[in-house]
Design a protein around this ligand. Structure first.
Ligand code: NAD
Length: 481
């Protein structure tokens, strides 16, 4: 069975400790490879390599850095099928989704930042004939990048690509639950000839490897995507060390459906925004609020469509809902369904583990689940579940639904369905979230700032904001007389 290796100083390296963790294929519930159980010593090696590489990489001309990134993008595109298969097995997601969304978006990250850096400019401020100020943007140093399991390569590369383009060197840690595509990326970086130490990938547990990266004094910047609790822990370590910090955290996103929406488009998209990737996208709408006059029709149609979604093996092209990522995660999601029942909710469909049989009978499958009858302030409607489970609720007025939408500690994304332009803009202005999608969901323009408010995070990724984050502004003031 394959033993994944760390990528340090340009090479794939064996662990000194020879300790490994099981890597489980969630579609079968079986170990299929091993992940390095790295520790502080491995992190130290990676940080030393990144530190040594930084002076040369930070002054490597932008167009040269750009060429490396574009080469890596091309290699990801070349290996699309291989990477998609690896991601599907590692994560349990439908292969089709990995092929059409995750891996193309990972390549797009390298493309976007590889070309974007060529157009990134700093400011000058003239004080008429007294002085000129210009802002020098310099790469921060060794960037620590830590990512989650739900969109493994896509989110991993969204951090790494802008960091490298901006001139930082990187020590990155993918989730220990889904390490495979990060491992394959390290092979592609070697093939692309990326200079030694510029990117280092250390695999292992969050409490060991992640913690060691965050706490290290030679890592002045942390870009983290993951759970809110982990983010709070990271902030508690990084803040007293005055590190630059970007935290992309959990969500409990509202999907607000007004009676005047384009119904068919709304229904089709709401099925995706509820159940795509088994509901394990931080941007999925998990609270669906529907204007009372269309609630009964919506409920009937939504449940009917959800029941039609095929829960099946990730590699089967007909599968719409694959396996959730792990056994503990499946148990957590199913416990929330039990909680919803205790809170007085009615399960309209799903609510159980699905057994798809054969070689997949030990896999972690959950039926798409719709729950109604819970008020907005119940725990089921306040806490992140992160699985194929949504609640639906009828609302009377715009004021009421706004209050419900804004009632959680989270503020990541939201969706609004209406044909009334004025109402759409009013809702966009009043919803407390980093993203408001109007009559669409998951449309991505990489130039826009991305991130949440409240407990969904601080800082912004995406666009040129990412270059601002990975560089330090220095004002130079020149007196003219
Ligand atoms: P997680 O917080 O458990 O883990 C995320 C990463 O942090 C992993 O690599 C993990 O090993 C590492 N980690 C864990 N403990 C650590 C520590 N003490 N120090 C440093 N690193 C540590 O999250 P997860 O379960 O992998 O991912 C699911 C969560 O991520 C959900 O809450 C989801 O909403 C969130 N998420 C947010 C976004 C966003 O853009 N806001 C995107 C995707 C996922």
């Amino acid at each position: 069975m394959l033993h994944i290796k760390n990528y340090i100083n340009g090479e794939l390296v064996e662990l000194a400790s020879k300790k490994y963790i099981d890597n489980i294929d969630p579609s079968r519930g079986k170990v299929y490879s091993y992940i390095p159980d790295s520790d502080e010593k491995d992190v130290e090696l990676a940080i030393t390599a990144a530190k040594v590489a930084f002076p040369a990489w930070s002054v490597t001309p932008k167009d040269v850095r750009s060429k490396y990134l574009l080469k890596i993008a091309a290699l990801i595109e070349r290996d699309l099928n291989k990477l998609a298969l690896a991601e599907s097995i590692d994560n349990g997601k439908p292969l089709k989704l990995a092929k059409t969304v995750d891996i193309p978006r990972a390549a797009a990250n390298f493309h976007f930042y590889g070309t974007g850096i060529l157009h990134y400019a700093a400011h000058t401020h003239s004080m008429e004939d007294t002085a000129i100020n210009y802002t020098l943007r310099q790469p921060v140093g060794v960037a620590g990048c830590i990512s989650p399991w739900n969109l493994p390569l896509y989110l991993f590369t969204w951090k790494i690509a802008p960091a490298l383009a901006a001139g930082c060197t990187v020590v990155a840690k993918p989730s220990e639950v889904t390490p495979m595509t990060a491992y394959l990326l390290s092979e592609l970086c070697i093939e692309a000839g990326l200079p030694r130490g510029v990117l280092n990938i250390v695999h292992g547990l969050g409490g060991k490897v992640g913690n060691a990266i965050v706490a290290h004094k030679e890592v002045p910047l942390i870009s983290f995507t993951g759970g809110t609790k982990t983010g709070a822990h990271i902030a508690s370590i990084a803040a007293p060390m005055f590190k630059k910090l970007s935290l992309e955290l959990g969500g409990k996103n509202p999907n607000v459906i007004f009676a005047d929406c384009d119904y068919d488009n709304m229904l089709h998209t709401t099925i995706h925004s509820s159940f795509q990737n088994q509901g394990q996208i931080c941007l999925c709408g998990s609270r669906v609020f529907v204007e009372k006059s269309i609630y009964d029709k919506f409920k009937k149609d939504f449940v009917e469509q959800a029941k039609k979604l095929m829960v099946g093996a990730p590699l089967d092209d007909k599968t719409k809902v694959g396996a959730v990522v792990s056994k503990p995660h499946m148990e957590k999601v199913l416990n929330y369904v039990e909680l919803a029942k205790q809170e007085g909710g009615t399960v309209l469909c799903g609510g159980k583990q699905a057994n798809i049989g054969g070689e997949f009978s030990e896999g972690y499958y959950i039926e798409p689940t719709i729950i109604e009858g819970l008020s907005y302030n119940r725990r089921t409607n306040q806490e992140e579940i992160f699985g194929p489970v949504v609640t639906i609720m009828p609302f009377d007025t715009e004021e009421e639904v706004l209050m419900w939408a804004n009632s959680t500690v989270y503020g990541l994304a939201s969706t609004v369905w209406t044909q009334d332009l004025t109402k759409a803009h009013r809702m966009a202005q009043n919803i407390h979230a980093g993203i408001v999608w109007i009559n669409c969901w998951l449309l991505r323009d990489l130039r826009t700032p991305f991130g949440g408010v409240k407990s969904s995070g601080v800082g912004r990724e995406g666009g040129f904001e990412a270059f601002d984050f990975f560089t330090e502004p220095k004002n130079v003031c020149i007196k003219l007389k």
